[in-house]
Ligand binder design. Structure first.
Ligand code: SIN
Length: 481
């Protein structure tokens, strides 16, 4: 692997401050070419148990440090990530596929969680409560929940780790992470830098492995684990929630979406198209907040579609490390086949194919930017999360009707509203049943704001002060005097 800092290329799991070998090997490949990047230790349930034990043993010392002491370590970690951003981005592009510019953006985004929570942990204030009884004094204190286990996805192999681990560590928790089997190298590289930053042994552990179910069972069922946090599909999230129930763990779940993107007749169409491209084509459409259903008012439909098609045609598929690439591959072939199947089914049911609709010669995981119009709400393509470079346009006439249609889904993660009318924008933003709504913007994710969904899109928030609160217990303390 061609990196400036070879210490970032780690092929063993990181448990209790040690790089640990396993009997089996897990192959990590470049989704753009299929080339073998690494064979890493294929961790399993036993490794996960050792990691939980290590995190449990490390908890008293780490949680016993002052916030300033924890912040100092986290800030060193942040600075090391910033110093190694090019290498980390290169590694990320190689194992995940996104264009290098996007990977660099993810490294900066991921690092920003570490910097922000290093600062935020110094403000973990409790309260003094006006007493109900003159002979008593009432306070609250905030204490770290304990051992936190995390399962993180392949679509953001760096930032989804730091978004969970940074607030947990800052709060005084210790952490075990199972990264996606497709993208463990970014997770292990983060560990190498955490070790260099002086994070004590056992405080942060990574167990990568192909047997997700076995590792997942330990992370969700071990009684020493206080909190479990997951980013991934709703289907898997439900299973993991059930597994957590046996020991009544605290949980945060960042699950699937079916984001509506509503373009009103009073929208600035150029702004709307730019926002749509950003939400739809970022990471080749493989983000949980990617637009899924684009509702366009019938009076601006043709103008919007023409402009969207022109921008989609201008995308340059290629290897993420090649200069000028703006569209990488999907993560694996089954994702490509799934998207293609949805397109074929929609077209067979009356949707109109305006662009793409086919595989690309770049490699077996590439799918053409695809634009479908005349889509109906009852089509699978409008009901299921797409996770590909596929834009699906539906028409509407009435504001009330489009709100009803946008809300008619079990999901409630992100929604987008395009309108220059401030009254309408306020009205619609409030009426949409989603955890996050962006108005006249296509990318809204940031460290400083709460990210998360309602309904079947999840529980809890990541980022902002809300993201930190997830890792504390509030203890009520009553003193008789
Ligand atoms: C995700 O797709 O899970 C996260 C996307 C983001 O942070 O914007």
């Amino acid at each position: 692997m061609d990196l400036n800092n070879n210490r970032l290329f780690q092929t063993k799991n990181y448990i209790d401050g040690q790089w640990c070998e396993s009997a089996g090997k897990l192959a990590v490949t470049d989704p753009a070419t299929g080339a073998l990047l690494a064979e890493i230790a294929d961790g399993g349930a036993e490794d996960a148990e050792r990691a939980v034990a290590a995190a449990h043993a490390a908890f008293p010392a780490w949680s016993g440090k002052t916030a300033a002491e924890r912040a100092a370590v986290l800030k060193r970690w942040y600075r090391l990530i910033a110093d190694n951003r090019e290498d980390l981005a290169r590694l990320l592009t190689l194992e995940q596929g996104k264009p290098l510019a996007e990977a660099l953006g993810e490294i900066d985004y991921g690092a920003s969680y570490i910097e922000w929570y290093a600062e935020e942990c110094r403000r973990a204030y409790g309260q003094t409560i006006p007493t109900h009884n003159p002979a008593m004094r009432l306070h609250t204190i905030r204490q770290p929940v304990g051992v936190v286990t995390c399962i993180t996805p392949w679509n953001f192999p760096n930032a989804m780790i730091t978004r969970k681990a940074a607030p947990a560590l800052a709060a005084g928790c210790t952490v075990v992470i199972k990264p996606a089997a497709e993208t463990p190298l970014s997770a292990l590289a983060l560990c190498a830098l955490a070790e260099e930053a002086g994070l004590p042994a056992g405080t942060l552990n990574v167990v990568a492995g192909s047997d997700s179910a076995a590792i997942g069972r330990v992370l969700t069922q071990d009684a020493r684990v206080a909190k479990f946090t997951f980013t991934g599909s709703t289907q898997v999230g439900k299973l993991l929630m059930a597994q957590c129930a046996g020991t009544v763990k605290k949980m945060s779940m960042e699950l699937g979406g079916n984001a509506p993107f509503i373009v009103f007749d009073d929208a600035d169409i150029d702004v709307a198209v730019t926002a749509c491209m950003a939400t739809k084509m970022r990471n080749a459409g493989q983000t949980c907040v990617s637009t899924n259903r684009i509702y366009v008012h019938e009076s601006v439909h043709d103008e919007f579609v023409d402009k969207l098609r022109a921008q989609m045609q201008a995308l340059r598929p290629g290897h993420g490390l090649e200069q000028g690439t703006t569209l990488g591959p999907l993560i694996f072939r089954r994702a490509v086949d799934r998207v293609h199947g949805m397109v074929e089914e929609a077209v067979a049911n009356g949707a109109r194919l305006l662009l793409g609709g086919d595989f690309l010669p770049n490699g077996e995981n590439y799918y053409a930017p695809t634009l479908l119009t005349e889509v109906r709400d009852d089509m699978r393509i409008a009901r299921e999360e797409i996770f590909g470079p596929l834009a699906v346009v539906l028409k509407f006439r009435e504001e009330g009707d489009v709100i009803r249609r946008a809300n008619d889904t079990p999901f409630g993660l992100a929604a987008y509203v395009m309108s220059e009318n401030i009254r309408r924008a306020n009205r619609v933003v409030e009426a949409l049943e989603y955890g996050m709504v962006a108005c006249n913007a296509g990318v809204f994710s940031t460290t400083v704001a709460p990210f998360g969904g309602i309904k079947e899109s999840g529980i809890g928030r990541e980022g902002g002060v809300e993201g930190m609160a997830e890792f504390y217990e509030t203890k009520y303390c009553c003193y008789g005097i």
